[in-house]
Design a protein around this ligand. Structure first.
Ligand SMILES: NC(=O)c1ccc[n+]([C@@H]2O[C@H](COP(=O)([O-])OP(=O)(O)OC[C@H]3O[C@@H](n4cnc5c(N)ncnc54)[C@H](O)[C@@H]3O)[C@@H](O)[C@H]2O)c1
Length: 374
């Protein structure tokens, strides 16, 4: 199979989906890998490393998209990439279509087979291609919260770990999944008091057993979220309903109940955000203020640490990519239910129920789409 690796074009996005060692593995397995010049530069991987791995370096994104049977990326296609997509070409990347209707329509128009990293799902419900980025975003959140609590940046001026005789910061984390537990773990390690909320008792139980420090776990309801948020110095939003828009668990009134100079980090922004006052921001301009409360809502947080993120993403993506390339499409999708769950659009049809529902579009089961379109 011809696999294409373009350079990311989203604002301040420096990650790359495949590191040179994974490219070498694909080439060793008999596949051709086309890499756009400069694709790995932002993560510290030089063109020469891809060349040595056996990749064919090409000068433009158009060269990658025109030749590749499968394009592997990091973020959803940007407008300048829409017209490069081709019917029956496979696009393997983060998509978050419920939050990006324009992207969904572009994919449907193009007729690509779009496999979203975030909906590739193991039989036990885990999301193996979301986990590494959620781990990074979760670990970043307390660092960002601690940074923006500084008074000169508009924060309330409370040092996250406090000092002997002073209060440490109170960090409230909503969602005890991968991002949330990683946020709670780092916040706790930084000396904060941490409250972690979820509706899944088992997740709370696991968090309590594994996170040392001053951790309180609460079953998530409108009331417990409201009480916790009102007392928080830092709120981390990390809820997820796979494929769907995030529920707005923090209302505008709750934000208004927070002290000025508090910080909200809405990690769930890539699914539309779980805080009513959230609007998407970028690394170039990451924060804004509502009622004196600082909001951070960057939808590609791990892009800030591309070295770590590219290696973690490439490690996670590689086994699935190899299966797709080796078995071919649609056999890989028919034989591997984990990968099949990732298919969001198939040659013009929406094949993921939550995405169809969120966008108000008709849903076609994948097996039906494959049977009728091949
Ligand atoms: N902004 C970024 O750069 C970035 C990076 C990585 C992940 N994310 C996003 O972070 C979010 C969380 O990802 P994850 O991997 O941790 O997901 P996850 O599935 O591991 O965890 C989500 C948790 O939310 C809980 N939840 C659902 N509804 C809830 C509610 N009403 N109240 C409390 N908890 C609720 C679930 O029970 C689950 O434990 C996703 O939207 C993901 O796309 C964003």
């Amino acid at each position: 199979m011809r696999i294409g690796l373009p350079k990311e074009v989203k604002t301040e996005e420096y990650r790359v989906a495949l590191t040179p060692d994974k490219v070498a593995e694909l080439v060793r397995s008999g596949h051709t890998v086309l890499v756009e010049k400069g694709a790995g530069e932002g993560s510290g991987f030089a063109d020469s490393a891809y060349h040595e791995a056996g990749a064919r370096l090409v000068p433009t994104p158009a060269d990658v998209f025109a030749e590749a049977d499968l394009v592997v990326k990091v973020k959803e296609p940007q407008p300048q990439e829409y017209e490069l997509l081709r019917r029956r070409q496979v696009l393997f990347t983060y998509l978050h279509l419920a939050a990006y209707p324009d992207v969904a329509h572009a994919l449907l128009r193009s007729g690509v087979i779009a496999i979203a990293y975030e909906t590739v799902q193991l039989p036990d419900g885990q999301l193996p291609l979301l986990i590494p980025m959620s781990e990074i975003a979760g670990r970043m959140a307390p660092l960002i919260g601690a940074y923006y609590l500084q008074r000169p940046l508009g924060g309330k001026g409370r040092l996250m770990p406090g000092t002997p005789g002073t209060r440490s910061a109170h960090v409230v984390v909503i969602g005890a999944g991968t991002a949330g537990t990683n946020a709670a773990r780092i916040a706790s390690a930084m000396g904060a008091r941490v409250t972690l909320l979820d509706r899944n008792q088992e997740r709370l139980r696991q968090a309590e057993a594994s996170i040392p420090g001053r951790l309180t776990t609460l079953f998530s309801t409108y009331a417990t979220i409201g009480e916790s948020v009102a007392q928080a110095d830092v709120v981390v939003g990390a809820v997820l309903v796979p494929g769907a828009r995030a529920p707005k668990v923090v209302t505008r009134e709750m934000v208004e109940s927070m002290a000025r100079g508090s910080v909200i980090i809405d990690i769930s922004v890539d699914q539309g955000g779980c805080v009513e006052t959230t609007r998407r921001t970028t690394h170039a301009s990451p924060v804004y203020t509502v009622n004196g409360v600082i909001h951070y809502a960057v939808d590609n947080m791990p892009g800030a640490y591309p070295q770590t993120a590219s290696i973690a993403l490439s490690n996670a993506v590689f086994p699935y990519l190899l299966r797709l390339a080796t078995l071919g499409i649609p056999r890989a999708l028919q034989e591997d239910p984990t990968l099949a769950k990732g298919v969001n659009t198939y040659q013009g049809r929406v094949t993921y129920p939550a995405v169809a529902q969120a966008l108000g579009l008709p849903y076609t089961p994948l097996a039906e789409a494959i049977a009728s379109l091949g």
